[in-house]
Ligand binder design. Structure first.
Ligand code: BES
Ligand code: MN
Ligand code: ZN
Length: 495
């Protein structure tokens, strides 16, 4: 797909389809009014006679409107003018572009971004259009063999973003950012959707290398199990003990600023499949645990976006990747391991494995002397209970870092919600035999998981994103969402 800034009135566009906005009441938006005049009132008539109500996300595809040069008009509702804000625009854009993918139009020009919607500017509106296009066009067909199923990818080749007035430079920037974010989210989604027999730790290494290839600012190094042992990552290694699949620890670095500038370190949970280990999970929906590497996918994708955007900062992506399996050499409940930090951990439940690989990665991350360290993990079922699929859970030891991430989530429409940390939660992790236990009981499961992690970050400003609810959709719409790539790229853009 190509994205392009388009000048000129709607009535003059020769694309295969133009997208025009309409409100549920009141005067037509300027771009639509212009087209309506050329069409001698045909569009206004549809609104007047009630065939098109203009509620947010309503669409109506009109063939051959007389007076216009393009063969199709897609009318799109923005709802009530006084209520229309960024989220409504995103929703309307989503249904508009979904309708476009069902059409045969190859070249499309959208005038949705010419409306000065509250909470947006020309940059944001262009970015939304491009991001939403990536979302609407995303298909995971790599493992289908029938041509008819593989070829479900949309036919569109060009999306023009109409500008009003002197916004061209801003729209260009919005398109570039939207492309970087959209492509990164698609990568994260692909990695998430791939099954665990394909998406192994070794496979993630290959994809990280693909991302870095040909970009002088990106570099990859990979630690194997022997290296992890020499680093004394006993906690991480205890998780991979039950599987034959070799574990990997990926270090993907982006250098966009001077060498001495402290980096942002991103740590992504890369459990390529979580059976629970000896503390085996129940059968139903266990297949969804192929998504347990979504934090890893997020990190690889965000590094790709950072490089595409040539961000003026340094970012280090750390991906501890392994499988959590039962087996003859698997870790048992009650086993005590020594983490890289030196702290001993009593593993009371082998299904609380995410924190066991993350703690060693967080210890390792400190060698980069980070300005901030953020881990991203499908860590607790409790987070799904608390926040559902709408918001990622956020916990942090730094107020400013938490605030910046929350603000980025709002701005990018990829929101998070903060939960507290504190000594009182640490109490729940006491072990009679080791320095700490890996579970804290039924209460506040999301917070005790974060409290565990907080023991391994020292004084580094650190935040933890629990994406157990947001990383994928279950049910009929089953699939990876690409969250929270947009939140993190927004955070980096603002830094
Ligand atoms: N990967 C899971 C968390 C998870 C479960 C995410 C369901 C999304 C949906 C994690 O490794 C896990 O199993 N956590 C346990 C922790 C418990 C044993 C303290 C959980 O949440 O049940
Ligand atoms: Mn688990
Ligand atoms: Zn897990």
């Amino acid at each position: 797909m190509r994205f392009q800034v388009k000048a000129g009135p709607a009535s003059r566009q020769r694309a295969d389809c133009i997208i025009l906005p309409a409100y549920s009441a009141g005067p037509l938006p300027a771009a639509t009014r212009e087209a309506d005049r050329a069409a001698r009132g045909a569009l206004r008539a549809l609104l007047r006679n009630g065939d098109f109500r203009g509620e947010t996300g309503d669409t109506l595809l009109l063939p051959s409107v007389r007076g216009l040069r393009c063969p199709r008009v897609l009318l799109v509702g923005l709802g009530a003018r006084e209520k229309c804000e960024r989220k409504a625009l995103r929703k309307a854009t989503r249904s508009a572009l979904a309708a476009v993918t069902r059409s045969a139009a190859v070249e499309v020009v959208s005038y949705l971004g010419t409306e000065d919607v509250r909470g947006t500017d020309a940059y944001r509106r262009a970015r939304i259009a491009v991001e939403v296009w990536h979302d609407a066009a995303y298909r995971f067909t790599a493992l289908k063999t029938r041509a008819s199923e593989r070829n479900r990818t949309p036919k569109q080749r060009l999306l023009g973003i109409a500008v009003s007035g002197g916004d061209t430079a801003e729209v260009r920037r919005g398109i570039a950012h939207g492309q970087a974010i959209g492509a990164a989210m698609a990568l994260a989604r692909d990695l998430g959707n791939l099954p665990a027999n394909i998406c192994t730790p070794g496979y993630l290494v290959g994809r990280a290398r693909d991302v870095a290839r040909g970009n002088a600012r990106l570099s990859v190094s990979v630690l194997d199990e022997a290296r992890m042992r020499r680093l004394r990552m006993g906690s991480l290694l205890s998780v991979t003990a039950g599987t034959d699949e070799p574990a990997r620890f990926i270090v993907l670095r982006y250098r966009g600023a001077a060498r001495n500038k402290a980096p942002v370190v991103l740590v992504g949970k890369g459990i390529t499949f979580d059976t629970g280990g000896i503390s085996l999970k129940p059968g139903p929906q266990m297949d969804e645990m192929k998504y347990d590497m979504s934090g890893a996918g997020t990190v690889i994708a965000v590094l790709q976006a950072a490089a595409a955007l040539r961000l003026p900062l340094n970012v280090v992506g750390l991906v501890p990747a392994c499988e959590n399996m039962p087996g003859g050499s698997a870790t048992r409940p009650g086993d005590i391991v020594r983490s890289m930090s030196g702290q001993t951990i009593e593993i009371l439940n082998t299904d609380a494995e995410g924190r066991l690989i993350l703690c060693d990665a967080l210890t390792y991350g400190q060698r980069f002397r980070p300005a901030a360290m953020i881990d991203i993990a499908t860590l607790t079922g409790a987070c799904v209970v608390a926040l559902g699929k709408h918001r990622s859970g956020l916990m942090a030891n730094s107020g400013p870092l938490a605030d910046a991430l929350l603000a980025a989530g709002e701005a990018a429409d990829d929101p998070a919600w903060q939960l507290p940390l504190g000594e009182e939660y640490m109490e729940q992790l006491k072990s009679p035999f080791a320095d700490v236990a890996n579970i804290g009981g039924r209460e506040a499961g999301t917070i005790t998981a974060a409290a565990f992690l907080s023991r391994f970050v020292g004084t580094t400003p650190w935040a933890h994103l629990d994406i157990a609810g947001t990383a994928w959709n279950a049910g009929a719409q089953k699939g990876s969402t690409g969250r929270p790539v947009a939140l993190l790229v927004e955070f980096l853009l603002k830094r």
